[in-house]
Ligand binder design. Structure first.
Ligand SMILES: Cc1cc2nc3c(=O)[nH]c(=O)nc-3n(C[C@H](O)[C@H](O)[C@H](O)COP(=O)(O)O)c2cc1C
Ligand SMILES: C=C(O[C@@H]1CC(C(=O)O)=C[C@@H](OP(=O)(O)O)[C@H]1O)C(=O)O
Length: 364
Protein backbone atom coordinates (compact mmCIF):
# COMPACT_ATOMS: atom_id res chain seq x y z
CA UNK A 1 0.00 0.00 0.00
CA UNK A 2 2.11 2.87 -1.16
CA UNK A 3 1.56 6.27 -2.66
CA UNK A 4 4.97 7.01 -4.12
CA UNK A 5 5.94 7.56 -7.76
CA UNK A 6 9.42 7.57 -9.26
CA UNK A 7 12.81 5.92 -9.05
CA UNK A 8 15.50 8.59 -8.75
CA UNK A 9 13.16 11.50 -8.07
CA UNK A 10 10.19 10.33 -6.00
CA UNK A 11 6.91 12.00 -5.09
CA UNK A 12 4.74 10.79 -2.23
CA UNK A 13 1.17 12.05 -1.83
CA UNK A 14 -0.79 12.09 1.39
CA UNK A 15 -4.06 13.44 2.72
CA UNK A 16 -7.80 13.18 2.31
CA UNK A 17 -10.27 15.61 0.77
CA UNK A 18 -11.89 16.46 4.13
CA UNK A 19 -8.89 15.88 6.40
CA UNK A 20 -6.91 18.71 7.94
CA UNK A 21 -4.26 18.97 5.23
CA UNK A 22 -3.06 17.35 2.05
CA UNK A 23 0.50 17.36 0.81
CA UNK A 24 3.44 15.99 -1.11
CA UNK A 25 6.99 14.97 -0.32
CA UNK A 26 9.52 15.18 -3.17
CA UNK A 27 12.78 13.36 -2.64
CA UNK A 28 15.79 13.19 -4.95
CA UNK A 29 15.70 16.81 -6.14
CA UNK A 30 19.15 18.22 -6.87
CA UNK A 31 20.35 20.89 -4.41
CA UNK A 32 20.37 24.54 -5.48
CA UNK A 33 17.23 24.54 -7.65
CA UNK A 34 15.42 27.89 -7.21
CA UNK A 35 11.98 27.51 -5.61
CA UNK A 36 9.67 30.33 -6.65
CA UNK A 37 6.68 30.37 -4.32
CA UNK A 38 4.83 32.85 -6.55
CA UNK A 39 5.10 30.41 -9.44
CA UNK A 40 3.77 27.57 -7.26
CA UNK A 41 0.85 29.81 -6.28
CA UNK A 42 0.13 30.68 -9.92
CA UNK A 43 0.09 26.99 -10.89
CA UNK A 44 -2.35 26.29 -8.03
CA UNK A 45 -4.53 29.10 -9.36
CA UNK A 46 -4.71 27.33 -12.74
CA UNK A 47 -6.15 24.25 -10.99
CA UNK A 48 -8.55 26.17 -8.76
CA UNK A 49 -12.26 25.85 -9.62
CA UNK A 50 -13.92 28.93 -11.08
CA UNK A 51 -17.42 29.60 -12.31
CA UNK A 52 -20.24 27.24 -13.20
CA UNK A 53 -17.97 24.88 -15.13
CA UNK A 54 -16.30 23.73 -11.88
CA UNK A 55 -17.13 22.62 -8.35
CA UNK A 56 -18.34 25.34 -5.98
CA UNK A 57 -15.82 24.26 -3.34
CA UNK A 58 -13.45 27.17 -2.80
CA UNK A 59 -9.98 26.53 -1.43
CA UNK A 60 -7.43 29.34 -1.27
CA UNK A 61 -4.56 26.79 -1.09
CA UNK A 62 -2.21 28.72 1.22
CA UNK A 63 0.56 26.12 0.87
CA UNK A 64 3.54 25.85 3.22
CA UNK A 65 6.90 24.38 2.34
CA UNK A 66 8.02 22.86 5.61
CA UNK A 67 11.31 21.21 4.63
CA UNK A 68 13.92 20.88 1.92
CA UNK A 69 14.14 24.56 0.94
CA UNK A 70 16.56 27.10 2.43
CA UNK A 71 17.06 30.68 1.26
CA UNK A 72 14.84 30.09 -1.76
CA UNK A 73 16.62 27.01 -3.11
CA UNK A 74 16.30 23.26 -2.71
CA UNK A 75 18.70 21.79 -0.18
CA UNK A 76 18.67 18.33 -1.79
CA UNK A 77 16.88 16.79 1.18
CA UNK A 78 13.18 15.79 1.11
CA UNK A 79 10.93 18.70 0.30
CA UNK A 80 7.51 18.62 1.97
CA UNK A 81 4.59 20.83 0.94
CA UNK A 82 1.40 21.11 3.00
CA UNK A 83 -1.95 22.54 1.84
CA UNK A 84 -4.88 22.89 4.28
CA UNK A 85 -8.46 21.87 3.47
CA UNK A 86 -10.78 24.67 4.53
CA UNK A 87 -14.06 24.55 2.56
CA UNK A 88 -15.23 21.04 3.48
CA UNK A 89 -18.93 20.16 3.75
CA UNK A 90 -18.78 16.66 5.10
CA UNK A 91 -22.56 16.47 5.56
CA UNK A 92 -22.78 15.92 1.78
CA UNK A 93 -21.38 12.41 2.31
CA UNK A 94 -22.60 9.34 4.19
CA UNK A 95 -20.97 5.98 4.65
CA UNK A 96 -22.98 3.60 2.53
CA UNK A 97 -23.99 3.69 -1.12
CA UNK A 98 -20.98 3.68 -3.46
CA UNK A 99 -20.97 6.44 -6.06
CA UNK A 100 -20.92 4.73 -9.47
CA UNK A 101 -17.78 5.67 -11.40
CA UNK A 102 -15.99 6.97 -8.30
CA UNK A 103 -13.56 5.00 -6.14
CA UNK A 104 -15.96 4.35 -3.23
CA UNK A 105 -16.46 0.67 -4.13
CA UNK A 106 -12.79 -0.04 -4.81
CA UNK A 107 -11.73 1.90 -1.71
CA UNK A 108 -14.03 -0.37 0.32
CA UNK A 109 -12.55 -3.47 -1.35
CA UNK A 110 -9.01 -2.36 -0.46
CA UNK A 111 -9.44 -0.60 2.88
CA UNK A 112 -12.37 -2.65 4.28
CA UNK A 113 -14.45 0.34 5.41
CA UNK A 114 -11.62 2.12 7.24
CA UNK A 115 -11.23 4.61 4.37
CA UNK A 116 -12.24 8.24 4.81
CA UNK A 117 -15.12 8.38 2.31
CA UNK A 118 -15.81 12.12 2.72
CA UNK A 119 -15.27 14.02 -0.52
CA UNK A 120 -13.65 10.98 -2.13
CA UNK A 121 -11.06 10.81 0.68
CA UNK A 122 -7.58 9.98 -0.58
CA UNK A 123 -8.98 9.41 -4.12
CA UNK A 124 -10.34 12.93 -4.42
CA UNK A 125 -9.40 15.30 -7.19
CA UNK A 126 -8.55 17.60 -4.28
CA UNK A 127 -5.30 15.70 -3.73
CA UNK A 128 -4.13 16.89 -7.15
CA UNK A 129 -3.50 20.32 -5.58
CA UNK A 130 -0.49 18.75 -3.85
CA UNK A 131 0.65 17.24 -7.16
CA UNK A 132 0.42 20.65 -8.79
CA UNK A 133 2.47 22.32 -6.03
CA UNK A 134 5.16 19.62 -6.31
CA UNK A 135 5.00 19.69 -10.10
CA UNK A 136 5.54 23.45 -10.16
CA UNK A 137 9.03 22.96 -8.76
CA UNK A 138 9.76 20.40 -11.48
CA UNK A 139 8.23 22.57 -14.25
CA UNK A 140 10.40 25.53 -13.24
CA UNK A 141 13.55 23.37 -13.03
CA UNK A 142 12.90 21.95 -16.52
CA UNK A 143 12.30 25.42 -17.97
CA UNK A 144 15.73 26.50 -16.79
CA UNK A 145 17.02 23.65 -18.97
CA UNK A 146 14.95 24.79 -21.96
CA UNK A 147 12.35 22.01 -21.58
CA UNK A 148 8.79 23.34 -21.85
CA UNK A 149 5.53 21.42 -21.32
CA UNK A 150 2.18 22.72 -22.61
CA UNK A 151 -1.29 21.19 -22.67
CA UNK A 152 -4.57 22.25 -24.23
CA UNK A 153 -8.13 21.02 -24.00
CA UNK A 154 -8.16 19.28 -27.36
CA UNK A 155 -11.75 18.12 -26.95
CA UNK A 156 -14.51 18.73 -24.45
CA UNK A 157 -18.12 17.53 -24.67
CA UNK A 158 -17.44 16.42 -28.26
CA UNK A 159 -16.18 19.88 -29.35
CA UNK A 160 -12.68 19.92 -30.87
CA UNK A 161 -10.09 22.66 -30.35
CA UNK A 162 -7.76 23.60 -33.22
CA UNK A 163 -5.13 20.91 -33.83
CA UNK A 164 -1.92 21.00 -31.85
CA UNK A 165 0.48 19.52 -34.35
CA UNK A 166 1.76 22.93 -35.40
CA UNK A 167 5.03 23.26 -33.50
CA UNK A 168 4.92 27.06 -33.58
CA UNK A 169 2.35 27.02 -30.73
CA UNK A 170 3.30 29.50 -27.99
CA UNK A 171 3.36 27.07 -25.05
CA UNK A 172 4.07 29.68 -22.32
CA UNK A 173 1.03 31.69 -23.48
CA UNK A 174 -1.12 28.55 -23.54
CA UNK A 175 0.06 27.74 -20.02
CA UNK A 176 -1.10 31.12 -18.73
CA UNK A 177 -4.72 30.61 -19.88
CA UNK A 178 -7.34 29.65 -17.30
CA UNK A 179 -9.19 27.56 -19.94
CA UNK A 180 -6.40 26.34 -22.20
CA UNK A 181 -7.50 26.22 -25.82
CA UNK A 182 -5.86 27.33 -29.06
CA UNK A 183 -9.15 28.55 -30.57
CA UNK A 184 -11.01 30.76 -28.07
CA UNK A 185 -14.33 30.41 -29.98
CA UNK A 186 -14.11 26.64 -29.48
CA UNK A 187 -13.26 27.24 -25.83
CA UNK A 188 -16.42 29.32 -25.41
CA UNK A 189 -18.52 26.55 -27.03
CA UNK A 190 -16.92 23.99 -24.71
CA UNK A 191 -17.67 26.06 -21.61
CA UNK A 192 -21.31 26.43 -22.70
CA UNK A 193 -21.54 22.67 -23.25
CA UNK A 194 -20.20 22.06 -19.72
CA UNK A 195 -22.75 24.48 -18.25
CA UNK A 196 -25.53 22.78 -20.23
CA UNK A 197 -24.45 19.38 -18.92
CA UNK A 198 -24.52 20.74 -15.36
CA UNK A 199 -28.04 22.11 -15.94
CA UNK A 200 -29.10 18.58 -17.02
CA UNK A 201 -27.56 17.16 -13.80
CA UNK A 202 -24.94 15.46 -15.96
CA UNK A 203 -21.21 15.74 -16.67
CA UNK A 204 -18.92 15.61 -19.72
CA UNK A 205 -15.42 14.36 -20.57
CA UNK A 206 -12.70 15.34 -22.98
CA UNK A 207 -9.17 14.99 -24.24
CA UNK A 208 -6.02 16.81 -23.14
CA UNK A 209 -3.18 17.09 -25.64
CA UNK A 210 0.35 17.78 -24.42
CA UNK A 211 3.56 18.82 -26.13
CA UNK A 212 7.03 18.75 -24.57
CA UNK A 213 9.70 20.74 -26.38
CA UNK A 214 13.44 20.92 -25.71
CA UNK A 215 13.90 17.36 -24.48
CA UNK A 216 17.28 16.03 -25.55
CA UNK A 217 17.46 12.89 -27.70
CA UNK A 218 18.50 9.69 -25.92
CA UNK A 219 16.33 9.84 -22.77
CA UNK A 220 14.47 6.66 -21.69
CA UNK A 221 15.19 2.95 -21.48
CA UNK A 222 14.50 0.43 -24.25
CA UNK A 223 12.20 -2.00 -22.43
CA UNK A 224 10.43 -1.39 -19.16
CA UNK A 225 11.25 2.23 -18.43
CA UNK A 226 10.39 3.54 -21.87
CA UNK A 227 9.47 7.21 -21.97
CA UNK A 228 5.92 6.15 -22.87
CA UNK A 229 5.65 3.80 -19.90
CA UNK A 230 7.12 6.20 -17.33
CA UNK A 231 4.92 9.07 -18.55
CA UNK A 232 1.83 6.83 -18.70
CA UNK A 233 2.52 5.61 -15.18
CA UNK A 234 2.41 9.21 -14.01
CA UNK A 235 -0.54 10.21 -16.21
CA UNK A 236 -2.76 7.32 -15.12
CA UNK A 237 -2.23 8.53 -11.54
CA UNK A 238 -4.39 11.54 -12.36
CA UNK A 239 -7.94 10.69 -11.26
CA UNK A 240 -10.34 10.38 -14.23
CA UNK A 241 -7.58 9.85 -16.84
CA UNK A 242 -8.66 6.65 -18.60
CA UNK A 243 -6.63 6.66 -21.82
CA UNK A 244 -3.18 7.81 -22.96
CA UNK A 245 -1.81 7.73 -26.51
CA UNK A 246 1.50 8.96 -27.93
CA UNK A 247 1.89 10.62 -31.31
CA UNK A 248 -0.65 9.19 -33.75
CA UNK A 249 -1.56 6.63 -31.09
CA UNK A 250 -4.59 4.52 -31.95
CA UNK A 251 -4.75 6.13 -35.43
CA UNK A 252 -1.61 4.11 -36.30
CA UNK A 253 -3.88 1.09 -36.54
CA UNK A 254 -5.36 2.38 -39.80
CA UNK A 255 -2.16 3.76 -41.38
CA UNK A 256 0.26 2.16 -43.80
CA UNK A 257 3.99 2.15 -43.08
CA UNK A 258 4.54 4.79 -45.74
CA UNK A 259 2.02 7.05 -44.00
CA UNK A 260 3.20 6.31 -40.48
CA UNK A 261 6.97 6.58 -40.83
CA UNK A 262 8.47 9.99 -40.07
CA UNK A 263 11.07 10.87 -42.77
CA UNK A 264 14.44 11.90 -41.30
CA UNK A 265 16.49 14.90 -42.45
CA UNK A 266 19.49 16.85 -41.11
CA UNK A 267 18.90 20.33 -39.67
CA UNK A 268 21.61 22.42 -37.96
CA UNK A 269 23.79 19.32 -37.68
CA UNK A 270 21.09 17.18 -36.00
CA UNK A 271 18.70 14.55 -37.36
CA UNK A 272 15.10 15.76 -37.33
CA UNK A 273 11.90 14.19 -38.65
CA UNK A 274 9.70 16.06 -41.10
CA UNK A 275 6.52 14.62 -39.54
CA UNK A 276 6.03 13.52 -35.93
CA UNK A 277 3.61 10.58 -35.97
CA UNK A 278 5.79 8.82 -33.42
CA UNK A 279 5.36 11.67 -30.97
CA UNK A 280 9.08 12.18 -30.40
CA UNK A 281 9.74 8.64 -29.12
CA UNK A 282 11.19 5.59 -30.87
CA UNK A 283 12.16 2.40 -29.08
CA UNK A 284 11.10 3.99 -25.81
CA UNK A 285 13.77 6.71 -26.21
CA UNK A 286 13.35 10.37 -27.10
CA UNK A 287 14.43 11.21 -30.66
CA UNK A 288 14.80 14.97 -30.11
CA UNK A 289 11.45 15.90 -31.68
CA UNK A 290 8.66 17.28 -29.46
CA UNK A 291 7.03 14.57 -27.36
CA UNK A 292 3.28 14.61 -28.05
CA UNK A 293 0.61 12.69 -26.16
CA UNK A 294 -3.11 12.79 -25.41
CA UNK A 295 -5.06 11.84 -22.31
CA UNK A 296 -8.74 10.89 -22.32
CA UNK A 297 -10.47 12.35 -19.26
CA UNK A 298 -13.77 10.79 -18.29
CA UNK A 299 -16.92 12.69 -17.30
CA UNK A 300 -17.14 13.45 -13.59
CA UNK A 301 -18.64 10.44 -11.83
CA UNK A 302 -20.65 12.39 -9.21
CA UNK A 303 -23.78 13.53 -11.04
CA UNK A 304 -27.03 14.74 -9.51
CA UNK A 305 -29.25 12.08 -11.10
CA UNK A 306 -30.66 8.99 -9.45
CA UNK A 307 -28.27 6.08 -10.01
CA UNK A 308 -28.37 2.37 -9.31
CA UNK A 309 -25.71 1.20 -6.86
CA UNK A 310 -24.94 -0.99 -3.87
CA UNK A 311 -23.93 -0.41 -0.28
CA UNK A 312 -20.71 -2.44 -0.09
CA UNK A 313 -20.91 -2.67 3.71
CA UNK A 314 -24.31 -4.43 3.68
CA UNK A 315 -24.24 -5.94 0.17
CA UNK A 316 -27.68 -4.44 -0.56
CA UNK A 317 -28.80 -2.83 -3.80
CA UNK A 318 -30.02 0.73 -3.56
CA UNK A 319 -30.36 3.97 -5.48
CA UNK A 320 -28.37 7.15 -4.90
CA UNK A 321 -28.85 10.84 -5.64
CA UNK A 322 -25.70 12.92 -5.08
CA UNK A 323 -26.41 16.42 -3.86
CA UNK A 324 -22.91 17.76 -3.17
CA UNK A 325 -20.65 20.18 -5.05
CA UNK A 326 -18.98 18.64 -8.08
CA UNK A 327 -17.17 19.56 -11.27
CA UNK A 328 -19.49 19.10 -14.27
CA UNK A 329 -16.26 18.50 -16.23
CA UNK A 330 -12.77 17.61 -15.06
CA UNK A 331 -10.80 18.02 -18.27
CA UNK A 332 -10.10 21.76 -17.99
CA UNK A 333 -8.99 21.47 -14.36
CA UNK A 334 -6.88 18.38 -15.01
CA UNK A 335 -4.80 20.27 -17.60
CA UNK A 336 -2.31 21.69 -15.11
CA UNK A 337 -2.30 18.39 -13.21
CA UNK A 338 -1.19 16.63 -16.40
CA UNK A 339 1.59 19.19 -16.87
CA UNK A 340 2.65 18.66 -13.27
CA UNK A 341 2.89 14.87 -13.33
CA UNK A 342 4.61 15.08 -16.71
CA UNK A 343 7.27 17.37 -15.24
CA UNK A 344 7.83 15.10 -12.25
CA UNK A 345 8.15 12.03 -14.51
CA UNK A 346 10.55 13.88 -16.83
CA UNK A 347 12.75 14.95 -13.91
CA UNK A 348 12.92 11.30 -12.88
CA UNK A 349 13.79 10.16 -16.42
CA UNK A 350 16.41 12.90 -16.81
CA UNK A 351 17.96 12.10 -13.42
CA UNK A 352 18.18 8.43 -14.42
CA UNK A 353 19.83 9.38 -17.73
CA UNK A 354 22.17 12.20 -16.71
CA UNK A 355 22.33 11.95 -12.89
CA UNK A 356 20.42 13.79 -10.16
CA UNK A 357 22.70 16.83 -10.38
CA UNK A 358 21.86 17.43 -14.06
CA UNK A 359 19.03 19.76 -12.94
CA UNK A 360 21.29 21.63 -10.48
CA UNK A 361 22.30 25.18 -11.40
CA UNK A 362 26.01 24.40 -11.17
CA UNK A 363 25.53 22.19 -14.23
CA UNK A 364 23.90 24.90 -16.37
C1 LIG B 1 -9.02 18.10 -10.81
C2 LIG B 1 -10.01 17.00 -10.58
C3 LIG B 1 -11.26 17.29 -10.09
C4 LIG B 1 -12.19 16.28 -9.87
N1 LIG B 1 -13.42 16.61 -9.40
C5 LIG B 1 -14.33 15.64 -9.15
C6 LIG B 1 -15.61 15.95 -8.63
O1 LIG B 1 -15.93 17.12 -8.38
N2 LIG B 1 -16.48 14.95 -8.40
C7 LIG B 1 -16.17 13.65 -8.67
O2 LIG B 1 -16.99 12.78 -8.48
N3 LIG B 1 -14.96 13.31 -9.21
C8 LIG B 1 -14.05 14.27 -9.44
N4 LIG B 1 -12.81 13.93 -9.95
C9 LIG B 1 -12.58 12.55 -10.40
C10 LIG B 1 -12.45 11.51 -9.32
O3 LIG B 1 -11.47 11.89 -8.39
C11 LIG B 1 -12.12 10.16 -9.97
O4 LIG B 1 -13.01 9.89 -11.01
C12 LIG B 1 -12.19 9.06 -8.96
O5 LIG B 1 -11.13 9.19 -8.05
C13 LIG B 1 -12.11 7.68 -9.58
O6 LIG B 1 -10.91 7.48 -10.26
P1 LIG B 1 -10.87 7.08 -11.82
O7 LIG B 1 -11.88 7.95 -12.48
O8 LIG B 1 -9.47 7.39 -12.24
O9 LIG B 1 -11.22 5.63 -11.92
C14 LIG B 1 -11.85 14.93 -10.16
C15 LIG B 1 -10.59 14.63 -10.66
C16 LIG B 1 -9.67 15.65 -10.88
C17 LIG B 1 -8.32 15.31 -11.45
C1 LIG C 1 -12.15 20.03 -3.93
C2 LIG C 1 -11.96 19.70 -5.17
O1 LIG C 1 -12.82 18.98 -5.90
C3 LIG C 1 -13.55 18.01 -5.25
C4 LIG C 1 -13.24 16.72 -5.92
C5 LIG C 1 -14.18 15.67 -5.56
C6 LIG C 1 -13.81 14.30 -5.93
O2 LIG C 1 -14.59 13.39 -5.62
O3 LIG C 1 -12.76 14.09 -6.58
C7 LIG C 1 -15.38 15.93 -4.92
C8 LIG C 1 -15.78 17.30 -4.51
O4 LIG C 1 -15.43 17.50 -3.16
P1 LIG C 1 -16.41 18.23 -2.08
O5 LIG C 1 -17.63 17.38 -2.03
O6 LIG C 1 -15.62 18.24 -0.84
O7 LIG C 1 -16.69 19.61 -2.59
C9 LIG C 1 -15.05 18.33 -5.34
O8 LIG C 1 -15.32 19.62 -4.88
C10 LIG C 1 -10.75 20.09 -5.87
O9 LIG C 1 -10.52 19.53 -6.95
O10 LIG C 1 -10.04 20.93 -5.36
Amino acid sequence: MKNTFGTSLTVTLFGESHGAEIGAVIDGLAPGIPVDEEFIASQLTLRRPAGRISTARQEADPFRIVSGVFEGRTTGTPMAILIPNADTRSGDYQRGPARPGHADLTAYAKYHGYEDYRGGGHFSGRITAALVAAGAVAIAALRRKGIVIGTHVARCAGIDDAPFTDLSVDLPRLNSLSFAVLDEAKGQAMREAVENAAARCDSVGGILETAITGLPAGVGEPWFDTVESVLSHALFSVPAVKGVEFGSGFAFADMTGSQANDPIRMKDGKPVTTTNNNGGINGGITNGMPVIFRCAVKPTPSIAQEQQTVNPGTGTETTLVINGRHDPAIVHRARVVVDSVTALALCDLLALRFGTDWLAPHND
